[in-house]
Design a protein. Structure first.
Length: 380
C-alpha cells in the first residue's frame, strides 16, 4: 500500500481541502464550516499564528478560504493536518456537532507527514491559547440564537397583530359591529347573564391590579425581582396606554339595549380586552416557564380566559366588536415587548455567569485580542 499523493488526500479530506499549492511555502485551503463564522475565523488565526512554522495567516469567513504562508521545508499536507486538528478542536468544544472521527483518523494515518513534524509538544501547548477564545465563541453563539429567536417571535407577533388590525378594519368598513351585537343579544338568558358578569369581573381594573400585586409579591419573595418588575411595568403600562387611546379616539359606547352594568370612559379600545391579554398573558408565560410539562394546558387556559373576557364585553353590550379586537392587538404588542425585555435580560445574565465561571479564559482572550505577535498578520 503506497503513500497517497496530495491530490487524492485533497479530495478525501472532509474538513480541509487544498485549492492552491503551486507556490512553495504558500497554500490556500477551503475549510469546512468557515463560511460566515467569524468565531472560527478568529480561532483559526489565533491558533495558527502561534506556530513557529507559520509566517502569515489570513482567514476569510465570507469565502471560507484560509491563506497560509509557512516554512518552505514543510509540505502543504502538514499544514492541512494542522488546520484539520484546529477545526476538530473548535467543533468538539464549541459546536458539539457529531464528527466522523473514525474516517478522519484513517485519513491522518495516510498523510505522508505526520503531526510529529509539527513539534507535537509545542503544538499541544499552543492549543491552550486558541481555547481562550472559546468562551467568547460560546457567548457569540448564544447571542446569535437569541437574535434568531427574537426575529422569529417578532414575525409571529407581527402576523397576529396584522390579522387583528385587518379584522378591525373589515368590521368597521362593512359596518358589522351592530349586526354582531344584535346577534349576541339573542343569546341572553338569566343564567348566562350571571355567568358573563362573573367572567367580565375577572377583567376589571381592580381585580387585575390585585392579581398583579399578588403575583409580584410572590415573585419577589422567591428572588425573581426582575420578573416582578417586568410584570409591574406590563400592568401599569397597559392601563396607562389604554386610557390614553380612549381619550385619543373618544368613541362612544354602544346603546342597543339596557346594560346590566355601569361603565364609564370611552369605548375604543376595550380596556378589559387589552389589559387582560397583557396581565393574564404574562402570567401564563411565567407559569409555562415554571412548569414546562404543562405548557400546552397553561397556554390553552390562558387563551380561553382572555377570549371569554372579550366576549363578555360584547355580551353585556358595553363594547363594539372592533373595540375588543383592537384591544387584543394593542395588548399583544405591549405584552410581547415586555416578554422580550425579560428574555433578553435573562439571556445576558446567563452569559455573564458563563464568563464569570471562566475568568482565566476570559482574561487570556482579552490578551490575545489586544496583542499581536511580531511577524504575523491578522485580518480584521
Amino acid at each position: 500500500m503506497g503513500t497517497p499523493n496530495f491530490n487524492q488526500l485533497r479530495n478525501e479530506n472532509p474538513l480541509v481541502r487544498a485549492i492552491h499549492t503551486a507556490v512553495k511555502g504558500r497554500a490556500r485551503y477551503k475549510v469546512s464550516g468557515l463560511h460566515y463564522s467569524e468565531d472560527l475565523k478568529r480561532y483559526l488565526e489565533s491558533r495558527l499564528s502561534q506556530e513557529e512554522i507559520i509566517a502569515q495567516v489570513h482567514a476569510n469567513h465570507i469565502t471560507g478560504n484560509v491563506l497560509v504562508i509557512f516554512h518552505p521545508e514543510k509540505s502543504p499536507n502538514a499544514i492541512a493536518l494542522l488546520l484539520q486538528d484546529i477545526v476538530l478542536d473548535y467543533t468538539k468544544q464549541v459546536r458539539k456537532l457529531p464528527l466522523r472521527t473514525a474516517y478522519i483518523s484513517t485519513a491522518k494515518e495516510n498523510l505522508p507527514i505526520n503531526k510529529g513534524e509539527l513539534n507535537q509538544p509545542k503544538a499541544d501547548a499552543h492549543k491552550q491559547n486558541g481555547k481562550a477564545l472559546l468562551p467568547q465563541a460560546h457567548t457569540n453563539k448564544q447571542l446569535d440564537q437569541a437574535s434568531n429567536q427574537l426575529v422569529h417571535q417578532l414575525v409571529l407577533v407581527s402576523g397576529a397583530v396584522s390579522s387583528l388590525v385587518l379584522s378591525t378594519a373589515l368590521l368597521h368598513k362593512y359596518n358589522l359591529d351592530t349586526s354582531i351585537l344584535l346577534a349576541i343579544q339573542k343569546l341572553h338568558t338569566p343564567l348566562l347573564d350571571r355567568i358573563m358578569l362573573g367572567i367580565t369581573s375577572l377583567g376589571d381594573p381592580a381585580v387585575l391590579v390585585l392579581v398583579s400585586l399578588g403575583l409580584g409579591f410572590g415573585l419577589r419573595y422567591h428572588n425573581r425581582r426582575f420578573q416582578a418588575t417586568t410584570l409591574g411595568i406590563a400592568a401599569g403600562g397597559a392601563i396607562a396606554l389604554n386610557c390614553l387611546l380612549k381619550l385619543l379616539f373618544g368613541r362612544a359606547r354602544p346603546a342597543l339595549w339596557d346594560r346590566l352594568i355601569h361603565v364609564g370612559l370611552h369605548s375604543f379600545p376595550s380596556g378589559h380586552a387589552m389589559v387582560s391579554i397583557v396581565i393574564y398573558g404574562f402570567i401564563g408565560y411565567i407559569l409555562a416557564k415554571q412548569f414546562p410539562q404543562w405548557r400546552g394546558r397553561i397556554f390553552a387556559l390562558t387563551f380561553v380566559l382572555i377570549l371569554a373576557i372579550g366576549f363578555s364585553r360584547l355580551y353585556l353590550g358595553v363594547h363594539w366588536p372592533t373595540d375588543v379586537v383592537a384591544g387584543y392587538a394593542a395588548g399583544l404588542v405591549w405584552l410581547m415587548a415586555c416578554i422580550e425585555r425579560l428574555e433578553l435580560r435573562q439571556k445576558y445574565n446567563s452569559l455573564g455567569r458563563h464568563l464569570q465561571q471562566k475568568p482565566e479564559a476570559s482574561n487570556r482572550m482579552l490578551e490575545l485580542t489586544h496583542s499581536q505577535k511580531p511577524g504575523y498578520v491578522f485580518s480584521s
